[in-house]
Design a protein around this ligand. Structure first.
Ligand SMILES: [Mn+2]
Length: 311
């Protein structure tokens, strides 16, 4: 009997996390591995559901406890973002495109990190390197992941390699990337059914900035005014979460993908507020600082926060 290996992305799973788990498990199986099972660290979001439905695929099983399991991490490498008990798991591989975090292993493992726009880009190029055919719907998933993570190539995290992979994948899946990308964004920014908690927690990650405990979330919409009526409720939810989890602050990026700007909502203590203002070179007004040309949490929000809190 072979022991299963679960491929899993980060908590509050986004499209890249979920589709990378599915694609990487497929690649491993095609390369001869057995019992490689895709999983997600929670229920999938509206955008991912739209994509899975479009390609007639099921959402992967939900994995919330890694204790005692063989695990391949995709799209993250930080303990705080991983499924519970990740340090009691046997981490056998990591495939990611974020800064190197704090995951530790007891033995050498395959660890592939590359500064590209999406984990989907890395996995698509692994199919190519290994001459493994990409199934049509898996090509669609990886294309969607790259378009989602790079906000249709607009994010500063986007590289030439991301564009090359989307061109290649769109040939295989037969979808026009820009048309598909806009449909995807529409599915993502449908706020009607979303509670303030859904909006805050939909894409939420925890960070530690030199001892300052932070949560940084992001919600992408096609028009910021879609969120205006929910702003008060979202702030109340941020306060609740800071208190419940003993955080110093929460920043929620309300990102307008058409204007390519983000309203950075803030809730936190005085020390955190000073660091937040220093990081973004402004004063908090009406609970936020508005930043033009700001789309990427990874490149435009985390690094300035990190340096602002550095002693
Ligand atoms: Mn990603």
């Amino acid at each position: 009997m072979t022991e299963n290996i679960y491929v899993v992305g980060h908590k509050s799973p986004d499209t890249d996390s979920v589709t990378s788990a599915i694609a990487y498990a497929n690649l491993k199986m095609q390369m001869g591995a057995a019992g490689v099972i895709p999983a997600a660290a929670g229920p999938v979001n509206n955008e991912t559901k739209f994509i899975l439905d479009h390609f007639n695929l099921q959402a992967p099983m939900v994995c919330t406890d890694a204790a005692g399991q063989k695990i391949i991490l995709v799209d993250h490498n930080e303990v705080g973002q991983a499924v519970d008990n990740i340090m009691k798991a046997d981490i056998v591989e990591v495939v990611d495109h974020h800064k190197i975090g704090d995951i530790q292993t007891g033995k050498p493992i395959f660890f592939h990190n590359e500064p590209v726009g999406a984990t989907g880009t890395i996995i698509a190029s692994m199919y190519q390197q290994n001459n493994i055919p990409i199934p049509k719907e898996i090509a669609g998933l990886m294309m969607a992941a790259i378009l989602s993570d790079t906000v249709l190539f607009k994010s500063p995290t986007c590289t030439e390699k991301d564009k090359e992979m989307v061109a290649m994948l769109s040939q295989i899946c037969g979808e026009d990337p820009m048309k598909f990308g806009m449909d995807m964004l529409k599915a993502k920014s449908d706020m009607g059914s979303k509670s303030a908690e859904d909006i805050l927690m939909g894409d939420f990650k925890k960070f530690d900035f030199a001892g300052v405990k932070a949560g940084v979330g992001q919600i992408e919409v096609m028009d910021l005014s879609d969120l205006e009526s929910k702003r008060g409720a979202i702030l109340a939810e941020m306060k609740k979460k800071v208190e419940a989890e003993n955080l110093d602050m929460i920043v929620l990026m309300l990102t307008d993908v058409m204007k390519e700007a983000s309203d950075l909502l803030f809730y936190g203590n005085d020390k955190a507020a000073l660091g937040f203002e220093k990081a973004f070179g402004g004063k908090i007004a009406n609970n936020s600082i508005y930043k033009e040309k700001c789309l990427s949490r990874k490149k435009q929000v985390i690094p300035p926060l990190e340096s602002a809190f550095k002693n």
